[in-house]
Design a protein around this ligand. Structure first.
Ligand code: PMV
Length: 317
């Protein structure tokens, strides 16, 4: 059997994170400058599955009876969905340049690239909807109660307006969007942050829902402004969204500082992106200002910066 490879990009949520878990709308874009790839090769002499993860320096054989291993659980979700009796012996080699635990979608990219590569290796030609559904199952192992936005934007690799249990809507930005991600260097675990906010919402539903309503209104306005390609208005809405997330206790002084410095250095706007309490700040910037704003944010405490442009070629009709 020939080797099969598949890769999946990173992503960023531009508007509506957290609220999206409770059925409110959100907007996300693929980050095509980073990706995670999986190569699947047949192993003729063994009946086990070998995992080689170049980033984590892992090289080991999966024990068939190790259900708690995250690779084993992901593969079991694929096997069950395809209704195959047993997965064949194979080697899975993974490599990625998507920063981990920082809101840029590394876990969903793993789910999507693994599903794509393994199903193809097994001879299945799945629809994109089915691939997305399997990747969502895998995401549930990692996050508990994911909204599904991460796996969806990464599967389709297009800007999306997303609302749980509704058909995904693709966005056609009216102008390229140059985003600069400034990593705070503070790791954040989505599952924990989502859990904390859930408890906060149980304790004080009115307060949390009021912020979610505001975020939903910002997200609807942002959809319109993205379609019009109105950078300054999109930037303004990002700042409003960041303010709501801060009110919900999801920001940190380090993230607020990066947002302020991005704006001071010339960004149209900025906000924390993803789960918050660490991870990245996303800034919408003028394309020509990438280096200046990167330099400024690096001196203001960013551990790393990554620029990416959502180009017209990523836009679907
Ligand atoms: O931090 P990330 O990239 O995993 O994004 C999480 C986004 C949330 O809205 C907080 C959770 C979700 O499942 O949508």
């Amino acid at each position: 059997m020939p080797a099969i490879s598949a890769s999946a990009p990173g992503k960023s949520i531009l508007f509506g994170e957290h609220a999206v878990v409770y059925g409110y709308p959100a907007i996300a874009v693929p980050i095509l400058d980073v990706n995670l790839s999986v190569i699947v090769q047949a192993l003729p002499t063994d009946n086990r599955i070998q995992i080689v993860n170049r980033n984590l320096d892992e090289d080991f054989f999966l024990e068939r009876d190790a259900p708690n291993n995250s690779y084993a659980r992901a593969l079991e979700a694929i096997r069950r969905n395809l209704a195959v009796k047993r997965l064949p012996a194979m080697r899975l080699t993974m490599s990625s340049n998507i920063p981990v635990a920082s809101g840029l979608g590394s876990s969903a990219a793993f789910a999507v690239a693994l599903t794509r590569s393994v199903t193809r290796f097994l001879g299945f030609d799945l629809t994109i909807e089915r691939l997305n559904a399997i990747a969502f199952e895998i995401e549930k192992f990692q996050h508990g109660t994911p909204s599904g936005i991460d796996n969806t934007v990464i599967t389709y690799q297009k800007p999306i307006f997303f609302q749980k249990d509704k058909p995904v809507e693709f966005l056609a930005p009216g102008a390229p969007l140059t985003l600069l991600f400034a990593n705070s260097g503070i790791p954040s675990l989505t599952k924990e942050v989502v859990f904390q906010l859930r408890r906060q919402r149980e304790e004080n539903p009115a307060l949390v829902n009021a912020q979610f309503d505001e975020i939903a209104s910002i997200t609807h306005r942002a959809r319109e402004m993205i379609t019009l390609g109105n950078h300054s208005e999109i930037g303004h809405l990002m700042l409003e969204n960041h303010h709501c997330l801060r009110e919900l206790g999801l920001s940190l002084p380090e993230l607020d500082h990066l947002v302020d410095m991005a704006v001071e250095a010339g960004a149209f706007g900025a906000k924390l992106c993803g789960s918050g309490k660490g991870g990245n700040v996303a800034a919408l910037i003028p394309h020509g200002e990438r280096q200046t704003i990167t330099d400024r944010l690096m001196t203001e405490g960013a551990a790393a910066c990554l620029a990416s442009t959502v180009k017209p070629s990523h836009i679907i009709p």
